[in-house]
Design a protein around this ligand. Sequence first.
Ligand code: BG6
Length: 467
Amino acid sequence: EVAAPHVIVLFGACGDLARRKLLPGLAYLAVSDLAPEIRVVGTSLEEMDDASFRAFTRQALAEFGNRPLTDDQWAVFEERLHYVPQARGADELARVVREESAALGEGAGLLHYLSVPPKAALSVIESLREAGLVAGSRIVMEKPFGTDLASAVDLNDRVHQTFAEEQIFRIDHFLGKEAAQNILAFRFANGLFEPIWNRNFIDHVQIDIPETLGLDRRAGFYEETGAYKDMVVTHLLQVLAFVAMEPPTALEPGAISEEKNKVFRSMLPLDPGQVVRGQYAGYRGEEGVARDSDTETFIALRCEIDNWRWAGVPFYLRTGKRMAEGARIISIAFKEAPRTMFPANSGVGQAGPDHLTFDLADESKVSLSFYGKRPGPGMKLEKLSMQFSTRETEAAGDVLEAYERLLLDAMRGDHTLFTTAEGIESLWERSAPLLQSPPPVKPYPPGTWGPNAIHQLIAPHAWRLPF
Ligand code: BG6
């Protein structure tokens, strides 16, 4: 399980993702016994030296790290941090990388992490080629992978001119969340659920990821991206594939992506009439946002996986910024009992269907809700639930943050939890009708669950949140 010694070249080392997730994650991997021998070479447009990059990293860890380093651990880690301003050129970067690599000894791995805007990715790749840092290395790329089918195909073609597919790790951090991986364990390690995991027993599925966060200094990125490209075509649909896929022949990257890609291919093209795009009131007044912006900060949609397992089962997806609560749930609603012998006033059916819920929060949970008898005279029914939470397991302390898990997997060359060019391209293909004719954005007040039209979209069902 331990990663080999590695030099990690972090492009975009001063950006938001680096501060919030990558630097704290690398620090944890370095001081735990999971990746004890890593060296980080940060680079970005900022003019910094090693000392100021170390101070920057310490600040990031203090602000965003959820497992503080002791002073001794920090002293060890900071020695492993180096910085090369982008303006110094690819050769200088290569020199520092070689020096660090030599210090780690023969056989050290080389991982490039591109935490840069999509427009910058190709020039970074070009500079890696010029500097001779491609052979034997691996590269982690962040979404968005294109903005439609043509641009994704073009991007993949260009990346392939320099890197072979086995060297490329397209990250979707939702797949690194413990709870997402638990969907696979839950479905395929038990005989109990798989027989009912289909259209005969499942009525509909909801993937609901409201966020209370707003733009958070990312107006430039968000204006060009919007909720569909930022969240749905990436995280929500990747997670949907874990829920909907057929059992893979093995727990291996090829077998898993084959099944995921089949799900994407069976998805009906998105119907713009089944999509609600929203924009929170006040968005157009924010700094960096166009006064007449058409970017959606909210989206809810209905889609269908048109195959033997799922035909006719609606999948409802929702996500947005500045909403009432933050949550990340996948909710499977089972069909109701075919008839009832319980009196109408017993409460049967009143609390909705039985549900299986995966909570993708950091403390991941799975719960099953069902009707049971309420204690006392007569026959009154109420919703009960059985729950499992990672916090209750013996290994609760071993939980890895999504980025930690995926960084480790990339160092180990394991593609299982990464996405593929083919999968991404078929998702863009399914998205085409929505991208071509997006319905107009509807306003919603910040702190709510989205525009009113979300209720018609899901009728006759209802959104499960708020609980
Ligand atoms: C990112 C999006 O990929 O995921 C953000 O760009 C979003 O807009 C974030 O807030 C949510 O991730 P998490 O792990 O905090 O749920």
